[in-house]
Design a protein around this ligand. Structure first.
Ligand SMILES: Nc1ncnc2c1ncn2[C@@H]1O[C@H](COP(=O)(O)OP(=O)(O)OP(=O)(O)O)[C@@H](O)[C@H]1O
Length: 338
């Protein structure tokens, strides 16, 4: 880590939000080849005047489609990137000015990349972090024992990181991010590519971390179930702008999103006669897909189908976050035009 230890902020972060952004922007200058010798300069506004506050101990989802500006925000919150404009504070610290000081108070997990040493056994990576963060010996040992037990990594400590499965590696990364007892944890796609069991282990652990230790968590994900199971509050970003900040249920209403009931019948049948607004959107042999509003319970629809059709199995699929946001964005664009 680089950065200056000097110029400490006098703010403690106890007043106002624990994480505070006021009109934060990040503009990248990109040079695009437009001809044999020609290059055009272009500006990409990755984060566009974002303001929000996160209180100490909150667990907040930060979601949006690809290229929305999520990673750029997290990089600014860790101090890796400096905002082009606006004011940003984490625990009263300006991240880009005091990155090293902040590093002792935050943990970061990037789902798509590991912070562990690829060729070293897990335990050696942890030993290096022990020294890097100058964690007192007793605290290191206590945290390591607790985290390894909670995340079920006891048998894997001597295994080189490259030999771990994705789920094991992710749990290994979470331990690494928490060894120094950070007050805030940023998670960028922590469940990406994980199987159902690993996902639920990671979610259960995060819930405990937040409720029992009061760690503030900011979570970016494409998996709405991560948010549903973990976060009371969700923020949606698209094209660098904050488009929604509130409870997940409200997001469904704003986005008028739909859930899907997947029905397996005993045999191929004509499309199910479902009560509006539910409707069949796809039929493949004995399997039928019915869309219904995400804000409504599936129970009456399930009961009716079970009573009237020869049913083998059914399951409910949550709305695709990209679709929810696409609807929201479409509505915004329409409002802007009209
Ligand atoms: N270093 C950079 N230089 C130029 N443009 C960048 C840079 N980093 C990000 N961008 C651009 O900024 C925008 C936001 O990118 P960002 O990675 O923050 O999105 P994201 O929401 O994290 O997306 P994803 O879900 O795909 O990771 C994109 O248009 C991206 O191409």
């Amino acid at each position: 880590m680089t950065g200056s230890e000097s110029g400490s902020s006098q703010e403690g972060g106890s007043e106002g939000g624990f994480i505070e952004l006021d009109g934060v922007e990040k503009v990248f200058e990109v040079r695009k080849k437009t001809g044999f010798m020609k290059r055009e300069r272009r500006q990409v506004r990755a984060v566009d005047s974002i303001s929000f506050r996160v209180e100490r101990g909150e667990m907040v989802g930060y979601i949006g489609p690809n290229g929305a500006g999520k990673s750029t925000t997290i990089k600014m919150l860790t101090g890796i990137l400096t905002p082009s404009a606006g004011r940003l504070r984490v625990a009263g610290i300006d991240p880009s000015r005091e990155r090293t000081r902040l590093a002792h108070r935050i943990g970061v997990v990037f789902g798509q990349r590991t912070t562990l040493w690829w060729d070293l056994p897990l335990l050696d990576s942890y030993r290096l972090m022990h020294r890097m963060y100058r964690i007192p010996d007793a605290r290191y040992r206590e945290n390591l024992d607790r985290l390894v037990e909670l995340l079920d990594l006891g048998d894997l400590l001597d295994v080189p990181v490259r030999q771990l499965s994705l789920g094991q590696r992710m749990r290994g990364d979470i331990v690494a991010a928490l060894l120094h007892d950070p007050e805030v944890l940023y998670l960028d796609e922590p469940t990406i590519g994980l199987d159902v069991i690993s996902k639920s282990k990671v979610r259960e652990f995060l819930r405990e971390l937040n409720t029992e230790r009061g760690t503030t968590v900011l979570l970016t994900t494409h998996d709405l179930q991560d948010i549903e199971q973990l976060c009371k509050r969700v923020m949606v970003i698209d094209h660098g702008r904050l488009m929604y900040d509130g409870p997940l249920a409200g997001l469904h209403e704003v986005g008028e999103s739909e859930r899907t009931l997947v029905v397996d019948l005993e045999r191929e049948l004509p499309p199910i006669d479902a009560p509006a607004p539910a409707r069949v959107v796809r039929v493949e042999g004995p399997r039928q897909w019915l869309a219904f509003p995400a804000g409504e319970s599936a129970a009456p629809l399930v009961a009716r189908i079970a009573a009237e059709y020869p049913l083998v199995d059914l399951s409910v699929r949550e709305p695709d976050i990209e679709a929810v946001i696409a609807t929201m964005y479409g509505e915004q664009a329409e409002r802007a035009i009209s």
